[in-house]
Structures are given as C-alpha cells and as structure tokens.
Design a protein around this ligand. Structure first.
Ligand SMILES: [Zn+2]
Length: 70
C-alpha cells in the first residue's frame, strides 16, 4: 500500500494579512457574515487559522445567542 499522505498541502489562513497555517475550512457564506476580511472573496471555501477560527466562532456564537434570549 502506498498512500500519498505526504502529498497533503498545507493550507494557509484566508484572512487578509494573515499567513498562519489553517486549522479548519469553512463555507465562504458562513465566514462572510463575520467581520473577517478575506483575501479571496470569490472562493467557495475559506481556511482559517486557530486565531481567526476563534474569532469566527465568537462572532457566529453572538448570532446564535440572540436567538436564545428566551
Ligand atoms: Zn488567520
């Protein structure tokens, strides 16, 4: 068996001005709702580093908690 796992490319965070390795990827629609500015707004998927993932989560969480006021 020869799986080419070493071929996996490291993704870089898609937030403008950030060049950190990405932790996760998201649909661009989710990310464009937040205040994060993206290098490539026409991409379908956006990769986020740890820090920007935290920020993304914080902002989407705020959205959700508004629904849970009652
Ligand atoms: Zn980043």
């Amino acid at each position: 068996m020869a799986l080419a796992n070493h071929d996996v490319q490291e993704e870089i965070c898609g937030v403008e001005g950030c060049n950190k390795p990405a932790e996760r990827s998201f649909n661009i629609k989710q990310v464009s709702k937040t205040s994060l500015s993206l290098k490539d707004p026409s991409a379908r998927q956006i990769h986020l580093c740890k820090e920007h993932y935290k920020e993304f989560k914080k902002e989407t969480k705020t959205d959700r908690s508004l629904d849970q006021v009652y």
